[in-house]
Design a protein around this ligand. Structure first.
Ligand SMILES: NC(=O)c1ccc[n+]([C@@H]2O[C@H](COP(=O)([O-])OP(=O)(O)OC[C@H]3O[C@@H](n4cnc5c(N)ncnc54)[C@H](O)[C@@H]3O)[C@@H](O)[C@H]2O)c1
Ligand SMILES: O=c1ccn([C@@H]2O[C@H](COP(=O)(O)OP(=O)(O)O[C@H]3O[C@H](CO)[C@@H](O)[C@H](O)[C@H]3O)[C@@H](O)[C@H]2O)c(=O)[nH]1
Length: 439
């Protein structure tokens, strides 16, 4: 099948590359000329482990091409996926201007029947809006489908190739048949395609992300309570998660959820509720708790350092919102940097992937280092922010030798309490006993 992908970011490029790998001919469209040029030259413009190999394989097989001209794609493709940004507007609702803008272009330029598939995360009713916009520009037949994407950054290719399900929202049997053809390689591997109406499909995406954000936030509150009563959240997590009605995944407490999706999607669902005079009380609380959780270690560092952060130097391991990505959107690192520097501390950070993005965002507000151990020189304490594997088994002797104080504040619970106790560190993590040095 000939497939167009409009918007070649995380979702679009992964979708396009994987659909090409299923044997389709894919044309990727993006307005960013630099990005298109890079892709034409065989470079993946985003940091996504595992993507380059599949990308290059399909370029070599001439199954994927790139253009800035949407007309080129519309002339030859039967199915047009929209993978466009839907950032939060000023009031928290999803900004649909990219999606509606491209819908207008499609209406003006299409010359034959098309299935327009919306992969962006959009509020309930967007498929109807897109339908209206296109229909106002053309008399040619078309269908609009909602097909939300559930991939995670850092695991995007495996999530696309082996999702737990594919959700397809459409009221057109013809469009559903085409979607079933596209996803046949997945259904043949036992992955269900769940068909439903457009609105239910659109809401499924927000409900899934909001539920996962709630699950994490609930565990963060349990962790905070564990600290007050002397329980260990890791044990509570195992005890709870073994009940398969609860499940072990997304129960890891930490320094709040970030990224380009959970924060914006929770906000957008709260806003959609308000527009219907409905108050999502649980989600409002989730947002509030998450904001506090992101900086929860700052007062602990301040207390450890004698009640003031003025003139103190904090070494930070990790800046990305999670491991395996260079993405810093809504990353807890940024909230902590803001809070620490506002209180007079300086920060020196190391992250193997996210430093260029942080430099672009906040420049020399902090210092950067190329070596995870060198940034510890003369720092007062170590703050672990992202769960990159390279931080999991560090050289404790080097940390102890370089830091002014043998103190680690860990937002990801990476280390064993017993090991840190034996090594003589002060060690504060989330929802577990604080390890105090014996002397
Ligand atoms: N990033 C994720 O992990 C993820 C996962 C699931 C769903 N989503 C949703 O998918 C959508 C896209 O997210 P993303 O992270 O891929 O965004 P992104 O910002 O990485 O990519 C969007 C791309 O669209 C391009 N673009 C903008 N306007 C355009 C236009 N008029 N024509 C052609 N291209 C245009 C941009 O240049 C950019 O390359 C959002 O709604 C997001 O919420 C994202
Ligand atoms: O047990 C957990 C799991 C995650 N997180 C945090 O939650 C955030 C989001 O993590 P993750 O879900 O792995 O990353 P995303 O790439 O943002 O993926 C989410 O957002 C995407 C965009 O909508 C969806 O497609 C995915 O299904 C959904 O998992 C990060 O800050 C993580 O550190 C925790 O604190 N504890």
């Amino acid at each position: 099948m000939n497939i167009a992908i409009v918007g070649t970011g995380y979702v679009g490029l992964v979708t396009g590359t994987c659909l090409a790998d299923f044997g389709n001919h894919v044309i990727c469209v993006d307005i960013d000329e630099k990005k298109v040029e890079m892709m034409r030259e065989g470079h993946v413009p985003i940091y996504e482990p595992g993507l380059e190999e599949v990308f290059l394989r399909n370029i070599k097989a001439n199954r994927i091409e790139f253009t800035t001209n949407i007309k080129d794609a519309l002339d030859v493709c039967d199915v047009v996926f929209l993978a466009l940004p839907t950032p939060p507007g000023e009031d928290g609702s999803a900004d649909l201007s990219y999606v509606i803008g491209v819908a207008n272009q499609i209406g003006e330029l299409m010359t034959s029947y098309k299935v327009i598939v919306n992969k962006s995360t959009v509020p309930v009713g967007t498929a109807d809006k897109v339908h209206e916009v296109i229909a106002s520009k053309t008399t040619i037949k078309f269908d609009v489908v909602s097909n939300p994407e559930f991939l995670r950054e850092g695991y995007a290719v495996q999530d696309f190739m082996k999702p737990s399900r594919v959700v397809v929202g459409t009221s057109s049997q013809k469009a559903l048949d085409m979607m079933n053809r596209i996803y046949k390689p997945l259904t043949e591997a036992g992955i269900p395609v769940i068909a439903m109406d457009e609105k239910s499909s659109e809401l499924t995406k927000y409900a899934a992300n909001s539920f996962l954000a709630t699950k994490i936030t609930f565990m963060n509150e349990v962790a905070n309570f564990c600290e007050l009563v002397g329980a260990d959240v890791d044990k509570v997590r195992l005890g709870m998660g073994s009940d398969d009605r609860i499940g072990n995944r997304f129960l890891f407490p930490g320094i709040g959820y970030g990224g380009s999706c959970f924060p914006k999607d929770v906000k957008a669902l709260v806003k959609s509720g308000k527009q219907e005079n409905y108050q999502f009380k649980v989600l409002e609380a989730v947002e509030e708790v998450n904001q506090t959780q992101k900086v929860i270690l700052v007062p602990a560092i301040k207390e450890y350092l004698g009640g003031s952060l003025q003139g103190k130097k904090i070494a930070m391991w990790g800046l990305a919102f999670k491991e395996n990505t260079d993405d810093i959107r809504e990353a807890s690192s940024l909230d902590m940097i803001e809070e620490l520097t506002n209180q007079g501390a300086s920060v020196i950070a190391y992250d193997s992937a996210a430093m260029p993005n942080v430099k672009r965002a906040i420049g020399d507000k902090i210092e950067y280092g190329d070596d995870m151990y060198e940034i510890l020189n003369d720092a007062d304490v170590l703050l672990v922010v992202t769960e990159w594997s390279e931080f999991r088994n560090p050289k404790y002797e080097v940390i102890a030798e370089k830091l002014k104080n043998k103190a680690i504040f860990d937002g990801r619970n990476l280390y064993d309490l017993e090991v840190l106790e034996e090594k003589g560190f002060f060690y504060k993590s989330i929802g577990r006993k604080t390890v105090l040095p014996s002397t």
